[in-house]
Design a protein around this ligand. Structure first.
Ligand code: G1P
Length: 280
């Protein structure tokens, strides 16, 4: 059973300056809820209630968000405003939260390695909170979809989706053999290739399930693209030595690390969730 989910949240959020100068990008609200809370709710709903944050300097607001604010609780206790705290109270009751710090930003692989102490020797989920995922109608959430795949294959799983050619350079890209509809055995992976070099149009999205041997692999993975330790390179090693599966997610994904994606997510959530009373 997978119980733990890691959230690498140390990044600077430079694409969102000046908003993110003093505010963690993960705390930017999509309608009325911070981005990171969407991710944590997804993990908890998927049964992963031990939440481990790999944070960095200037990110304390995230820890405060998942802790009790006595003054606020006291002020609004018994008033009709209490309903606004419903979703975060639920998350705080259901989740167990741990934090560690990534002292230097040396890539996603490095962040995951910093989080080893929160995970230990068991398979775990990873959510990149920037990637807001909304499942297809009637479907369970994307991480829960991936847990099902993990339970079948017991290997690392990456979420993928098809992206247009001129956007492929922003992502990790897989070369895979389709086993059945939407499920691929990964043959190779490359981080942020030029479009001429991309092995496919299947881009890795910020949802992973990783087996714990990834930590030893990451320790031995030299810096790659942009001189950062890349999770993609470590997964490539895992794929060569064993099995890594890619799962084409069923749902929508918004790149909330970019202004365009963030505004799209806001409009979508306002129309499809908030107005229908589904965003508490
Ligand atoms: C990271 C990963 C990349 C993946 C992407 C998904 O890149 O390195 O492989 O496709 O997340 O959002 P980043 O967007 O952090 O540069």
């Amino acid at each position: 059973m997978i119980r733990k989910c890691m959230f690498p949240v140390g990044g600077y959020g430079t694409r969102f300056l000046p908003a993110t100068k003093a505010l963690p990008k993960e705390m930017l609200p999509v309608v009325n809820k911070p981005l990171v809370q969407y991710g944590v709710e997804e993990a908890i709903e998927a049964g992963l209630n031990e939440i481990g944050f790999v944070t960095g300097r200037g990110k304390r607001a995230i820890a405060d968000h998942f802790d009790i604010s006595y003054e606020l609780e006291h002020q609004i206790s018994g008033s009709n405003k209490e309903e606004f705290l419903k979703s975060i109270r639920y998350v705080m009751d259901e989740g167990i939260f741990s934090f560690t710090r990534q002292k230097e930003m040396k890539g996603l692989g490095h962040a995951i390695l910093c989080g080893e102490t929160l995970i230990g020797n068991e398979p775990f989920g990873v959510i990149l909170a920037d990637d807001l995922c909304v499942p297809e109608d009637g479907m369970e959430n994307v991480l829960a979809q991936m847990v099902k795949v993990f339970n079948q294959f017991r290997c690392s799983i990456v979420a993928v989706m098809e992206v247009p050619e001129d956007e492929i350079h922003k992502y990790g890209v897989i070369d895979g053999e389709e086993m059945k509809d939407g499920l691929y055995r990964v043959k190779s992976m490359v981080e942020k290739p030029a479009k001429e070099d991309a092995p496919s149009n299947l881009a890795v999205i910020g949802r992973y399930i990783l087996t714990p041997d990834i930590f030893d692999i990451l320790r031995n993975t030299p810096p790659g693209k942009n001189n950062e330790i890349q999770l993609t390179d470590a997964l490539m090693t895992q794929a060569q030595d064993g099995v890594v599966m890619a799962y084409r997610l069923k749902g929508k994904r918004f790149d909330c690390g970019s202004v365009e994606g963030f505004v799209e997510a806001t409009n979508y959530c306002f129309e499809n969730l908030y107005k229908k009373g589904l965003l508490t």
